[in-house]
Design a protein around this ligand. Structure first.
Ligand SMILES: O=C(O)CCC(=O)C(=O)O
Ligand SMILES: [Fe+2]
Length: 229
């Protein structure tokens, strides 16, 4: 989703009949992109300024999280700098956590449907008017070495009311690495997750079906394998 189109495998995520769910993937920073040519000039400018504002918002959010986690702000910003961005329209999604740093969601037409799993129970998300919903993704759980949890969520559909949600996925730059931040790990606080290239991480993620937090589990270092960064 946050990767060049040729690396994406959105068909792996389809769990519902296509009449119930449609997706539009856009990548504003990469070419070739078959979708962007279908946008009018004005629509493209509007989307570009929308996502550029969201990129600024995500830097602010990362700064606040770095402060809360006592993490080096430069380390986290450096990881996401130039991270590829893409909006997505989704109707209906199976339970999963996002493979992102954070995901910024806008519920366009106010139709409810997003649910999060808390203590094993699915709860509907109530949206404040004029507010975004920010989901913590798996990369934030890895980066914080488990101090933050990525949220498992799903989106429900119904056959009468269309629901439109636009998601912006904030990911590390493709040539970077995914792993616990050096500033939160040491010989007393060993890394709980493996360190891999972002390219490898996203390739593996997109080669599987969305399935709860299963992919994050694969990133955990098994007993006896852990060592300080
Ligand atoms: O439909 C939504 O609001 C959530 C979409 C979502 O979870 C995703 O695209 O990863
Ligand atoms: Fe998601």
């Amino acid at each position: 989703m946050t990767n060049p189109i040729h690396r994406r495998k959105p068909h792996l995520m389809l769990e519902l009949p296509s009449s119930f769910r449609s997706s539009l993937y856009l990548s504003l920073s990469l070419s070739p992109n078959p979708v962007k040519h279908t946008l009018t000039h004005n629509a493209r400018l509007t989307l570009e300024s929308y996502f550029s504002e969201l990129q600024k918002l995500s830097i602010t959010l990362f700064g606040l999280m770095a402060e809360a986690l006592k993490m080096d702000k430069i380390e986290i910003e450096g990881m996401f700098e130039d991270g590829l961005q893409s909006p997505e329209q989704v109707i209906g999604l199976t339970p999963h956590s996002d493979a992102t740093g954070i995901t910024i969601l806008l519920q366009v037409n106010g139709v409810k449907g997003l649910q999060i799993k808390k203590d094993g129970v699915w709860l509907p998300v109530k949206f404040l008017p004029d507010a975004f919903v920010v989901n913590l993704g798996d990369i934030m759980e890895i980066l914080s070495n488990g101090l933050y949890y990525s949220i498992e969520h799903r989106a429900t559909v119904n056959s009468t009311t269309e629901r439109i949600s636009i998601a912006m996925f904030i990911n590390p730059k493709i040539e970077g690495e995914v792993g616990p931040a050096l500033s939160v790990t040491n010989s007393k606080n060993w890394p709980l997750f493996k360190r891999v290239l972002q390219e490898e991480y996203s390739r593996d993620f997109f080669s599987r079906k969305l399935n709860g937090k299963f992919f994050l589990e694969q990133m955990k270092i098994k007993a006896g394998q852990g060592q300080p960064n």
